[in-house]
Design a protein around this ligand. Structure first.
Ligand code: PDD
Length: 286
């Protein structure tokens, strides 16, 4: 079965799913995206992902190409046409097609919308979580508005590649003060030796405010764990009892090594494992 993508009003087999060479997403990375988990054929936390999408669009002054209700229908149609039970749905909105000029097109053009979906292997994801991942630190050389979920991901691409070339799976960005900001496509967390769960605050635009991160706050509070939203250094992470990352595509993934140094006993920690297990009690499915 060929995968089906939605492109500007049409559902097309992948090989026919094309955008214009002068789409501003292609020319300037002038667009935003969202990734939503799909589980039991349902969208997870759609409401919060759509709210973040709206915020990203507003920050970049890109118009929503259709109503949010219509977008919900398109997302579900793409899931149905690709028969996704477990996986992810990806949506991207760019400022549209116009002759190449940095300034916004005048008169305004219609924004472009692309939606794709992909099945994931639950067995493989669970095996990965049971084993845990290694991460490698890299300097955070991104722009100052990474709170906006733009498709401009070159530093993230290079960071991830650098991590892979060092035998790790994810990269952790570190700011000029030596504090961890976030992963290349994840939020970063530690559990201190005292048992406090720590993650960086989202207030200063230095991280993406992850939806998984917000939902996990509820799971952490419900467990009665101490939670601190504050910056933590790489040194503190090396000495942590546990570490983990969060993202819609992987929920909670334990980190067992940072820069080749084992974290805790070098195995997935009990808190990360429990939070992964309990996550969906606090997420919205629909
Ligand atoms: N990544 N930080 C960055 C830089 C991200 O790209 C992501 C998401 C997150 C976690 O956000 P959320 O919990 O809302 O998925 C944090 C997506 C999944 C991606 O690029 O594939």
């Amino acid at each position: 079965m060929s995968r089906i993508a939605y492109v500007n009003g049409r559902y097309l087999p992948m090989r026919d799913a094309k955008v214009h060479v002068e789409d501003r997403g292609y020319q300037f990375a002038d667009g935003v995206y969202e990734v939503c988990e799909v589980r039991g054929g349902q969208l997870i936390d759609e409401r919060r992902h759509v709210a973040r999408l709206k915020r990203s669009l507003d920050e970049l002054r890109i118009r929503m190409p259709m109503s949010f209700a219509a977008l919900g229908i398109v997302l579900r149609e793409v899931l149905a046409r690709n028969r996704i039970g477990y996986g992810i749905v990806y949506l991207q909105i760019t400022r549209g097609v116009a002759r190449r000029d940095h300034a916004f097109p005048m008169p305004e053009v219609a924004p472009s919308l692309v939606v794709t979906a992909r099945a994931l292997s639950r067995t493989r994801n669970e095996a990965l979580a049971a084993k845990g991942i290694a991460v490698a630190s890299v300097p955070d050389n991104r722009w100052a508005r990474v709170d906006i979920k733009t498709i401009g991901l070159l530093p993230n691409v290079l960071a991830r590649q650098a991590a892979i070339e060092q035998g790790a799976r994810d990269a952790w960005f570190v700011d000029k003060q030596g504090a961890v900001t976030e992963g290349a496509s994840t939020n970063a967390w530690i559990v201190t030796q005292a048992g406090t769960v720590v993650t960086r605050p989202a207030a200063d635009h230095a991280i993406l405010c992850g939806i998984t991160r917000m939902v996990l706050f509820d799971a952490i509070k419900a467990r009665g764990l101490a939670l601190e939203e504050r910056a933590f250094t790489l040194e503190e992470a090396y000495a942590a009892r546990e570490a983990f990352v969060t993202a819609a595509s992987q929920i909670v993934l334990p980190v067992v090594a940072i820069d080749g140094r084992p974290i805790g006993d070098g195995k997935p920690g009990p808190i990360a494992t429990a939070l992964r297990r309990e996550f969906h009690r606090y997420a919205e499915a629909g």
